[in-house]
Each structure stands twice: as structure tokens, then as C-alpha cells.
Design a protein around this ligand. Sequence first.
Ligand SMILES: Cc1ncc(C[n+]2csc(CCOP(=O)(O)OP(=O)(O)O)c2C)c(N)n1
Ligand code: SF4
Length: 292
Amino acid sequence: MSVAALHKVDLKPKDYKSEVSVVWCPGCGYHGILNSIYRALSELGVDYANLMAISGIGCSSRTPYFIKSYKMHTLHGRAGPVATGAQLARPDLAVLVTGGDGDGFSIGGGHMPHMARKNVNMTYVLYDNGIYGLTKGQYSPTSRPELKAYTTPYGGPDEPMNPLLYMLTYGATYVAQGFAGKPQICAELIKGALEHKGFSYVNIFSQCPTFNNIDTVEYYRELVKEVPADHDTSDLGAAMELARRDAEGHAPIGLLYKVDRPTLDERLHKIVEKVGGHPGYDVNKIIDLARP
Ligand SMILES: Cc1ncc(C[n+]2csc(CCOP(=O)(O)OP(=O)(O)O)c2C)c(N)n1
Ligand code: SF4
């Protein structure tokens, strides 16, 4: 996140609520994630005049409506590229992307590697409920084959992908995982992600009681296990090992990986500086190059 947005105001979590009422089903894990976002913003003292919340399409992508900030509700799978544009145009803004597993890793899967690899200075919170919620329950890239869903009435024909392992492979500089049923941990992880300079990714397991009848709160409670206190968060190999899950199949929750690397806007700025670029540059010099 841009330092320009941090530690600027003294606001309570509720002060980040917009005037729009939350539309999610009762019992949806997204309520917990949203509250964790409010809490993280409040604890960091983020000035909402410098905050840009951007989403794709899905239940999770409704999040920006509920946050007091500048915002964009874009197209399915395209929140990341739109956010990259916003961040590069205004590196002083804090950019927060929210979206679902279908939005991020199905239709948006082509953009994920490049946001991470380029180390775009923004935070991506992915609400992972193992289903397409808004379109009434089709299986997603994180669904387990056991899930009998709308388009897979006999179960899924393939294995789920591993969001954490993908992001570690793509080169994200902050990779964490939470569970909506543990809002305190989620708030801490989102806070760390927002504070981090670089591409930060937080995967949050979240129950969809309306359409996913196997990834329940109880299932996730059994699934997750906190990252060991002695885990070295600068060790990529150790982070990948955790992401692959332990012998009992537990999914890690906590911070897996965090390193410092120059961000895309820093690198671009250096290039502009090197060539002496400035807003008043005479564009005719470039046009002249094309003359026969
Ligand atoms: C280009 C395009 N294809 C398909 C859709 C239909 N669509 C709307 S939301 C959605 C997926 C929602 O699932 P997910 O991204 O996991 O978010 P959730 O609703 O579970 O939060 C799809 C396929 C669309 N809006 N645009
Ligand atoms: S359909 Fe599922 S993901 Fe969407 S609001 Fe309802 S419970 Fe949440």
C-alpha cells in the first residue's frame, strides 16, 4: 500500500461502512471478511479519501459498495488489470481488490501471474468459497470433486487448484491465508497485506451456506491449522511446503511468505527518471522519428 494513505486518520471500523446495505445471505462467510477489512482499515488509520476498492463480478465483488472509499465494480475476472491501471496512474492511492475464486482463478486466471510477477503495489483479498455463488452454485476451480453442484450433478471431473501455491509460484511478495470464521486472524492478515509494499495476496476460506453444502463452517474449522510460530516467512521453499498442506491435509492459515522487492511503479519511475521524462516533454520529437 502507498504510505500516503497510511496512519492518516483515527476512525472506528464502523466509520468505513458506506450507506449501502449489505446484500449477502444470512450466515455467509463474507460478512466476517468485510468486518475484518473494516477492522484492518481502522487499525491502520487509512484515509478513505486515498482508498480505491476495486472488484470483478460475483457475490464477493459487491464488497466495494459496502466500503466508504473510491471504488469500481468492473467486469468478471478483470478487477486485477483495472486495479493495475489505477495503481500505476495514482501510486499515492491505496488499492484494494476483492473477488471470488471463480472471478480470480477461472476467468481472471490469465491476469493473476502478471499482477504478482510485476509486484503491483496493491492488496488482493480472494473470497474462496469453492463455488460460484452469484450465479447460483456452479463448481469453481477450488471446488472439491465431491461437490455435487448445478453443472456437476454427479460431482466434479477434475481436481482443485491450489491458490497459495499458484501465488507463491507467480512471485507474489506477500502470501497469506485466513478463514472467515476466524475474523481476528483475517483482520491481522489483511492489515499486514495493506501495509506491505508490493503485491499482497490473502486467500480467505468462506462458507456459502446457500449453495455449497460440503465446504461448511465445520469443514473449514477442521481443515485449517495455524502456520507454526517458528515458520520462516522469508523461506519460499518452506512456504510452498506449507501451501501443499501437511500429511493430514490441513490447510495453513496465517502468513506464509513476505519479502521486499521493488514494485512495478517504482521500476517504471526509475526508467522515466533515467530518460528524463516529464509531463512537458515535446511529443513532436517522437513524431519526428517516424518521418521518412
Ligand atoms: C464474462 C462473464 N462471464 C460469466 C458471467 C456470469 N457470472 C457472474 S458471477 C460469476 C461467478 C461468481 O463466482 P465467484 O467469482 O466465485 O464469486 P462468488 O459469487 O462466489 O463470490 C459468473 C460466472 C459474467 N458476469 N461475465
Ligand atoms: S450465495 Fe453464497 S456467497 Fe453469495 S451471498 Fe449467499 S451465501 Fe454468500
